[in-house]
Design a protein. Structure first.
Length: 145
């Protein structure tokens, strides 16, 4: 089973921290099985802006960024190498949840699933690809609930 570790690297309310198990399950449901560990990191605007600029050459805050890790050449027995990282900007997620009229928890589950689908190879670079990714996100979230 894919190991998912959730990190709260920004001020997070107890209600957000209680979502940890559901976020882990959402990521596991959307990723390629047994490919290694995944880190899900909730961050502030400043950190997501830094990542966006450093790795994607984009400015400003975004909701989610996912990074696949290269496959290690040698894996020690019993070790689960990191397959990827998903960074979710908590303040952007809050704003999007309010704009969309649903809870922050729902938005975080959407973003975690979206990031995990990126790790599994899906892309949303065109309207057609985004539509396919959104359909898959909804399908996976329905299975989760």
């Amino acid at each position: 089973m894919t190991t998912v570790t959730v990190f709260f690297n920004t001020r997070s309310s107890p209600s957000v921290k209680e979502l940890g198990p559901m976020l882990r399950k959402a990521v596991r449901n959307a990723t390629i099985k047994n490919k290694g560990g995944i880190n899900l990191v909730l961050v502030a605007d400043t950190e997501i802006k830094r990542l966006n600029r450093a790795f994607l050459s984009r400015t400003g805050a975004t909701d989610v960024i996912a990074f696949n890790h290269p496959k290690p050449i040698l894996i020690p027995p019993g070790e689960n190498p990191t397959f990827g990282d998903i960074f979710i900007c908590l303040p952007v997620a809050r704003r999007q949840a309010k704009k969309m009229g649903h809870s922050l928890g729902t938005e975080l589950l959407i973003l975690a699933t979206h990031g995990a689908l990126h790790l599994s190879g899906m892309d949303d670079a065109t309207p057609t690809l985004r539509r396919k990714m959104n359909i898959e996100t909804v399908r996976l979230l329905k299975k989760l609930l």
